[in-house]
Design a protein around this ligand. Sequence first.
Ligand code: FAD
Length: 485
Amino acid sequence: MQRETSVPVVVWFRQDLRLEDNPALFEASKLGLIIPIYIMDDINASQDKMGSASRLWLYHSLDSLNRSLDGHLKFFCGDAFELLPNIMENSGARSVFWNRCYEPWRIARDDRLKRYLIEAGFEVHSTNGSLLWEPWEIRKKDGSSYKVFTPFYKRGCLGAESPRNPLPVVKNILFSPSDIESNELDELGLFPKNEWHRSVKTCWNISEKAASEQLEVFIQNGLTDYMERRNFPAKQGVSRLSPYLHFGQISPHKVWHRVECEVDRTSKDVNQNIEHFFRELGWREFSYYLLYHSPDLPNRNLQPRFDEFPWVKVSPHLEAWQKGLTGYPLIDAGMRELWQTGYMHNRVRMVVASFLVKNLLVHWKCGADWFWDCLVDADLASNSASWQWVAGSGADAAPFFRIFNPITQSEKFDSEGRYILSYVPELRNLPKRYLHSPWLAPTSVLDAAGITLGIDYPNPIVDIKSSRSRALNAFNEQRTRMERA
Ligand code: FAD
């Protein structure tokens, strides 16, 4: 592309809030004077309206991106289909660049918008800034889409072209002087009205720079033991890159290539850990792939036989689960971690989700909605795919009869109770052997620890054994009904 420096060019930032490895910004900056914009565009999409934690993250991300762009980022709020043509018209720009998003409603909207703009005589350039492999590029030999993760990843992804190299940081951006009417960041309705956000904000450094630093910290401290340590919530064994990846403060291409630099030809052990980490990035790709090929993923069981499953949507136990008051310390720690930090360790996510959909028989959608509101990494693809995976209703899902036991999971992955005590401090004086199941402690031990069950800490809201049998019976009955039908 030829640089015609006086031409204004719109760069529409979306889930790519960065200057490094940003294909849209990179290409646009070769062409002309940049008008960087952000449109708060979820106002019409009721089902995917961003949750509170995401809004908080977005607020700080945009603030940081605006500073990186020397204050030139223009904010808008509303329907992008109506706003963007006006922005183009009013700014005198003839072309717009954006990196693709993959939520079904955004795909449909972007498609319509692109056609409209092209018909109106504008140039539209959309590129891939968020996925290692485009979902439509990975196909089985017969042309159908994959349903199972391992062949998707091994044959489909690893058999396709390697992820492209990341692009350099775009420096010395020339901005268009055009002064179009826009909003202030504070007018986008992102900043929470209550005080809850303070504890979440203190846990994170929200910027593109922080994302890269976080990657380096993980490479130095977590990567070589990733396979083992990633299971233990009290250890610093995972990257915690998920919110940065979701909002695009770091690209998966950068993560992939930076981690690849650590491949050690002499150490099988190191490489196995790296491969495992890549596999997890592969799960992210698989989630997007599923969402692309099954746009109903956030709302409907991928396996229709679960449509008849007796999950409830209204349950007296839902609130106890949300608040971390179930009486099961690992579950309560996880749910409180979520509330206090906007994040939950993956192992604990699986345990709390299994507890909700299996022991409490609450519909996975209720859990997904709560996560959607509370997670700083809330992601339509990964959240929906993961909930359906745990519920057993998804593609390549954990079988329904695999029910995580919160007590044995706790004993195995938090044996010292370090994770539990970070979030359930009321149990701090309880001897370790009772930390995973306080109701088994003799009254004298509870008294000595200053705990009265039901007052200082809840009694278990359900019995694990009988709730497990209830779930399995429901599953078997449903299976028998299906076989008869
Ligand atoms: P790491 O272990 O360091 O992994 C690196 C990256 O790989 C992650 O940042 C993430 O992008 C990707 N990844 C890892 N595991 C998975 C997975 N199982 N599925 C998809 N991508 C994965 N992840 C989200 O990003 N957003 C969500 O809304 C989300 N909801 C979830 C809900 C449930 C019920 C469960 C069980 C999992 C969910 N996950 C979600 C997946 C996973 O828990 C998180 O991606 C992971 O915990 C993020 O921490 P990390 O960055 O330290 O992961």
